[in-house]
Write a protein that binds this ligand. Structure first.
Ligand code: ATP
Ligand code: MG
Length: 439
């Protein structure tokens, strides 16, 4: 993409409405614009990151055996009366009525909807287990929408729902999602710590929140320092068999980590000064809630002996749009964003320092063409701007590596490459830069 043609409305000054760094940087880097409180448009650069995050989430859901579908954003109130949540959910639910005065709502979550689909389709234990997920916009009329996409009213969530015959099988489904979450966040370069959690309005008796530590986080948490010191793995080698999974889950839930709501000072005291209090951002949550929805909504299966039983369920959310903000909270410096490669909107920035110089232009155009041939995602700064402005833009939007073409290098047959995170710069030939960066 040529920057001269790209829709990238940058903001020079710090926007006064933004209280935390990720919100400031998302506005300044032209990733989002607010439409109304807690509701945002995603501009091209921001959307590229959102899609990268979404795709990692999708791949790890698929790998765990979950199947993607897509449910609507608008749901009938009827369904929520069946589960008894229509009145309980309160003011966070956006209630709407259509032209026939039918009560509808913009879904804050989809337990009822998926249960209604499954109860019609799954009648026998032979059809189990199933895990179905979608990645869809949600609406919650939050009292205090703030911090940009971190606490929006409209936000993108991945929500998965598991259906099993009995509690043991449901536990296995829970463990699969637990490990899928570890892998998902690890691929984004995040350390998301699984913490014992309150189950809240979704209900149930087993739940963990995945929380990344950040001073700007809204959750108070208490964690064992082992979590801060352990070398975070990529979890590539974990198998999906029950004993292997249980071992991983036991390991990560064996270390003390709890949110404020369920913190147990007496239990924590056993670890002495090894427990530290921090703040964190909740990026995902897993719940096992048994028959909370299947029983009232009549989602039953027949068993081998001819009897029937309500389905055992769990639900599993990931805040896809919140993650974009959380990633910036975890990856930035004074100059701007520092994207981890796996979620970067473009892999490379190509900067032509002197577009007016024919030799620079030829060299930069040729390299741009070569990168496009190789399907490398590259943002080519071919604008007629000062070198300082180009460097500032590149640092602000945080692409992992920059390749800089200028008159001195063109004469010497080299380019300058700069790594955004380490700041390392080197003069090298184009071939060596590409060989090194695009391994
Ligand atoms: N208002 C929001 N804006 C952006 N993301 C959100 C919002 N509410 C929830 N999420 C994300 O969706 C995930 C799953 O939703 P869940 O029902 O667990 O949220 P929650 O526990 O109510 O969130 P919170 O405690 O932050 O309000 C959360 O882990 C979070 O990452
Ligand atoms: Mg939650």
């Amino acid at each position: 993409m040529r920057l001269s043609e790209y829709f990238l409305p940058l903001i020079r000054e710090n926007p006064s409405e933004a209280q935390i760094v990720s919100h400031r940087l998302m506005l300044r880097a032209g990733m989002i614009r607010q439409s109304s409180a807690g509701i945002y448009s995603w501009l091209p650069l921001g959307l590229r990151v959102l899609k990268k995050v979404e795709q990692i989430v999708r791949e790890e859901q698929d790998r765990s055996g979950a199947q993607e579908l897509l449910m609507p954003t608008i749901q009938p109130a009827e369904l929520w009366r069946e589960s008894g949540r229509y009145d309980d959910y309160g003011k966070e639910m956006l209630r709407i009525s259509d032209r026939h005065e039918r009560e509808m709502l913009y879904g804050p979550t989809n337990e009822e909807q998926i249960t209604a689909i499954v109860r019609e389709a799954i009648k026998s234990y032979r059809d189990l287990p199933k895990n179905l997920y979608h990645i869809q916009w949600k609406f919650r009329d939050e009292v205090r929408p703030r911090f940009g996409v971190m606490r929006g009213r409209e936000f993108l969530m991945k929500d998965a729902y598991s259906f099993d015959l009995d509690a043991a099988a449901a536990r296995h489904s829970y463990n699969k999602m637990f490990v899928a979450y570890l892998r998902t966040f690890a691929r984004m370069g995040l350390r998301a710590i699984p913490m014992r959690a309150e189950t809240g309005p979704i209900g149930g008796d087993l739940s963990h929140e995945f929380i990344i530590l950040a001073d700007t986080g809204e959750s108070g948490v208490h964690v064992h320092t082992d979590f801060l010191e352990t070398d975070w793995r990529r979890f590539d080698d974990v198998g999906w068999e029950a004993p292997a999974l249980q071992q991983v889950v036991d390991h990560y839930t064996g270390m003390y980590a709890a949110t404020e709501d369920v913190h147990d000072p007496a239990a924590a005291a056993r670890y002495g000064d090894k427990i530290v209090s921090r703040r964190g951002i909740e990026v995902g949550q897993v719940f096992y809630f048994g028959t909370k929805y299947s029983a009232p909504m009549g989602a039953m299966v027949s068993l081998a002996d001819g009897s029937t039983a309500p389905l055992e369920m769990g639900s599993y959310g990931i805040g896809v749009s919140r993650l974009v903000g959380a990633l910036i909270e975890a990856n930035h410096d004074d100059a701007g964003i520092i994207w981890p490669q796996s979620v970067a909107p473009f892999r490379l920035g190509l900067i032509n320092l002197r577009p007016a110089d024919p030799r620079c232009r030829t060299a930069a155009d040729e390299l741009y063409a070569k990168l496009r041939d190789r399907r490398v995602e590259v943002l080519y700064d071919d604008r007629d701007e000062s070198p300082g402005a180009k460097f500032a833009t590149a640092d602000l939007i945080g692409l992992p590596d920059q390749i800089v073409i200028g008159p001195r290098g063109v004469a010497a047959g080299t380019v300058e490459s700069k790594n955004r995170r380490s700041g390392d710069r080197r003069d090298e030939t184009v071939e060596s830069a590409l060989a090194r960066l695009l391994r």
